[in-house]
Design a protein around this ligand. Structure first.
Ligand code: X2X
Length: 356
């Protein structure tokens, strides 16, 4: 009897592990989470990925994009936990929203760190492709989420109701930030008064004038949100560049066949190119040429022209003012280098230096 039971248990174990061969049936629909709206750069990139996956897998993998933080009832910083627990299958996410759970993801959020390098895009690309990028990926994988590919939200520029060109201008201004501690530290160090508000409630806050400003990327968020309706000034300070990570729940990933995993990774590579082109459009003509070549020319091709046409004043701080911003945030970089781990920060610096 015991032997029969043992055989049954063994057979069940073999069936469960499938010896790496068998896969449970695919879900009818996989849920992909996006924090901002469908017209944001990430909403568009997520849809691009979902459509491509459907096409390349002949409909075997059907991903539906859920925008506006729907899957986490507006609480953007709980996305990582829901993805890990399988309530969400996929997410195209900013590292900012996951930084409270995965401390290493604060690396790109360090003020004037990546963007203090002369070629800021090259610096970001070098991190993603380098040892530090691998360290970021391994940090999220250790916490139970599978990484598929990179995307980009872009430079987070300040939009305000009053002109901001210097530290003195920013003093005492109430600035909406994501509920992630490094952002509170940064804006306090800059002399401002940071208010943590979920993105899902931020626009209402801007409408009601409960804050004096906010920071988000021009192409990806500020233009689709028509930020000029709330703030007349755009401060072109490029203080942070915000990457996106396309990830899936680990069990969901493991259940895909090797062939489908390969297709998903190829689609993610194409999505990365598309997402970066959307984010960088207007900074270099090659991105528009690429978008035209894939028949995806967006409505807005001259972002700064659109800001100005809608009555926004683009303020470029002087070199001295930029130095003052940098100096004021030195303590934040020092504190967060310790929190994140100096080895990771050093690896990022090495990756950037090697890419020059
Ligand atoms: O909340 C924000 O500012 C946003 C949309 O950029 C993020 O999700 C990080």
């Amino acid at each position: 009897m015991k032997r029969v039971l043992l055989c049954c248990l063994l057979a069940a174990a073999v069936l469960c592990t499938g010896l790496g061969q068998a896969h449970a049936a695919y879900k009818q629909e996989y849920k992909l989470s996006v924090v901002p709206g469908q017209s944001s750069g990430w909403g568009m990139s997520a849809l691009f990925f979902a459509n491509l996956v459907k096409e390349k897998t002949n409909g075997r993998i059907n991903i539906k994009v859920y925008c506006n933080s729907q899957l986490m009832s507006g609480m953007q910083t709980s996305e990582f936990l829901l993805l890990r627990n399988g309530i969400i299958d996929f997410a195209l996410a900013s590292t900012i929203n996951w930084s409270p759970q995965v401390k290493q993801l604060n690396l790109p959020c360090m003020p004037f760190f990546v963007t203090s390098h002369p070629d800021r895009y090259k610096a970001m690309d070098a991190i993603e492709a380098g040892k530090s990028g691998k360290m970021l990926i391994s940090a999220i994988e250790k916490k139970g989420v599978h990484f598929i590919g990179w995307g980009e939200n872009g430079f987070r520029e300040l939009t305000t109701s009053k002109k901001v060109a210097s530290l003195a201008d920013l003093k005492g201004m109430k600035i909406r930030v994501v509920g992630s501690p490094i952002f509170v530290d940064t804006f306090r160090a800059l002399g401002a008064n940071p208010a943590t508000i979920n993105w899902s409630e931020a626009i209402v806050g801007f409408q009601q004038g409960t804050v004096d400003g906010q920071e988000n990327p021009t192409n990806g968020i500020n233009i689709p949100s028509k930020m000029w309706q709330y703030h007349k000034f755009h401060c072109d300070w490029h203080y942070v560049i915000d990457p996106l990570m396309l990830c899936s729940n680990q069990a969901v990933w493991k259940n895909f066949s090797a062939e489908d995993q390969k297709i998903l990774m190829e689609c993610a590579k194409e999505m990365e190119r598309y997402s970066k082109a959307l984010s960088r459009l207007g900074q270099d003509p090659s991105y528009l040429a690429y978008l035209e070549s894939i028949n995806k020319k967006p409505e807005v091709t001259d972002p700064y022209g659109v800001l100005k046409a809608n009555g926004m004043t683009v303020v470029t701080p002087s070199e001295e003012d930029m130095k003052a911003f940098f100096k004021a945030t030195q303590g934040v970089r020092d504190k967060w280098t310790k929190n994140i781990g100096p080895e990771l920060v050093k690896a990022a610096e090495d990756d950037i230096a090697a890419a020059k």
